[in-house]
Design a protein around this ligand. Sequence first.
Ligand SMILES: [Zn+2]
Length: 296
Amino acid sequence: MAADGYASLQDVQIREVKCSTPAGAAFSVWLQFNPKRIVSTGAKVDAKSINSRRCFLCVDHLPPEQKGILCENEFLVLCNPMPIFPAHYTVSHVKHLPQFIEPYLDTFLRLARDLSPKFTIFYNGAQCGASAPDHIHFQIAPAGKIPIELEAVESQRRERIGEIDGVAIFVLRDLGRAVIVFEGTSTERVTRVIRRQLEKMKAILDIADEPKINVICNYSTPQWRVILFPRHKHRPEAFFKDGDAKVVISPASVDMGGLIITPVEKDFNSVDANMIEEIYREVSWDEKTVRKMLLV
Ligand SMILES: [Zn+2]
């Protein structure tokens, strides 16, 4: 499976789409035509479908050939047989526990540090692109392959909101979607601030569960950078349409990060700037709500 998946990466096609914000600022995204990803992009993630399938991340259900690297006695690093990148791993808990990042934030940050400088770690919320929303897992990509990682350090995009507990908070401008960035040098402090951020989002949105989020994290000595996408919804309306009107784009961290996976060739060829701008607008929180969510 993995050999097939990696071999198919040879045939993957990439296309740049130049987009703009309503105010006229330019940004780019890249489409990746990757037919193998239909399993993940098209995954049924409703409670009924999840309850009736066998969890593919549970240790007992892994293919017999699957080896893993045990981290902190809790997480296994596994190869992802349907890769988006030339190195793409899944980090799943050894136990079947639900997809919430909050209890594992410090592990997530330590993994980011241990994986640096070659790799970046990311998290898709249970309602935001995780294809196993019932089993806590992260993913690993080669560092710098998700466009937002580079955009997050472009000074003209960074608006510094303030600092809490030694952790600097920014929003990124002119990207057509909501992005909040946290930078700090202490695991404890960054963990604490992100926890507070999630609590604040819950309060503003008046919800009890984890807010819809995608999180990308990298580490460059001595600093963590956590890129958070606050999401209004998981899939755009176009995903649920029939026939030619259907667009199989199901945004998760990588897509929100500017590399949009299109498993269907028709979509890869036909998706244009207007459609990308609309999808981002639809699945992101609006500016006003995001400002209310900020800690400072
Ligand atoms: Zn499981």
